[in-house]
Design a protein around this ligand. Structure first.
Ligand code: ZN
Length: 280
């Protein structure tokens, strides 16, 4: 398959607030908007820290000319006992209300896992947990994106590790409100990635797309993601697959990085824009 055509403008660029974590939401919204960026994905901590509340946080983003793309994150449905699973369901019902209050159409799900529990059992609990909150999500008009995580997180963060597994769960749940979030950091290594992205698009379940890069020998399993072009992920090729599968949404830049959080965030944002224009 072909690489995607070059990116012409920033209208479909959407940083996650965690990417510029040192900035409070108001500063992030102002800076993204001033740079000509079209979207923003709001993390729960950023929304909750907004002094005037979550609804005001949403209004602030829209008033800055930004489209709110996603609310991050729900999930963590797997648990060792029924009380833990019910607590997760209750928390996700609350997250759905928060997303509606914010005005975000989509919640990204980091699905959860329990150290020592069989991954298949965790996937069953995840499927049941999503099913339990789905009616409320549909009622509030919120879509849920199942985001597979790299298998290095299969012990404790997510038992869903491939687009194929996410597709299977989304298809089994059979709702227009459940789909899949493709994050290149988590799935770039998968030799079935192209065909599973295609399958995801064919069934109308390709909900969102996250980009960054995988640095050679990362110093930290969580907080050493790279800018696009800085590592081994062929972002343009994967974007090409996603677009061939019919996706027309935002390219969400999600970078957790102790290195980048330590630098001047205006300078970092300028680097994001440059990497987005030339390496994505
Ligand atoms: Zn992601």
């Amino acid at each position: 398959m072909n690489t995607a055509s070059p990116i012409k403008d920033l209208s479909r660029l959407c940083p996650h607030t965690i990417t510029t974590k040192p900035w409070p939401l108001a500063k992030a919204a102002q800076a993204y908007s001033a740079a000509g960026i079209g979207g923003i994905t709001v993390w729960r901590d950023a929304a909750q820290a907004h002094p005037d509340g979550i609804a005001a946080a949403g209004k602030l983003c829209r008033d800055s000319g930004l489209q709110i793309v996603s609310y991050v994150r729900g999930g963590f449905f797997a648990a060792a006992d029924g009380a833990g699973r019910q607590a997760a369901i209750d928390d996700n019902l609350k997250i759905i209300d928060e997303a509606a209050e914010l005005g975000a159409p989509l919640i990204v799900l980091v699905c959860g896992a329990v150290p020592g529990q069989a991954l298949g059992e965790s996937r069953k609990q995840i499927t049941d947990g999503i099913a339990a909150v789905l009616p409320h999500a549909a009622e509030r008009g919120i879509r849920l994106g199942i985001e597979p995580l790299h298998p290095m997180y299969a012990d404790s963060r997510s038992a869903v590790n491939t687009i194929g597994q996410a597709n299977d769960i989304a298809i089994a749940l059979d709702s227009t409100h459940v789909g899949v979030t493709v994050d290149v950091f988590h799935v770039w290594w998968d030799d079935r990635l192209g065909s599973e992205i295609q399958r995801c698009g064919e069934v109308g379940k390709l909900f969102s797309f996250h980009i960054c890069d995988w640095r050679d020998r990362p110093e930290d399993m969580l907080n050493d993601r790279g800018l696009m072009g800085e590592g081994c992920i062929d972002v343009p090729r994967i974007r090409g697959w996603v677009e061939s599968a019919g996706f027309r949404g935002f390219n969400e830049v999600e970078i957790f990085s102790n290195r980048y959080w330590a630098m001047d965030q205006d300078e970092f944002l300028a680097r994001i824009v440059e990497a987005y224009r030339t390496k994505s």
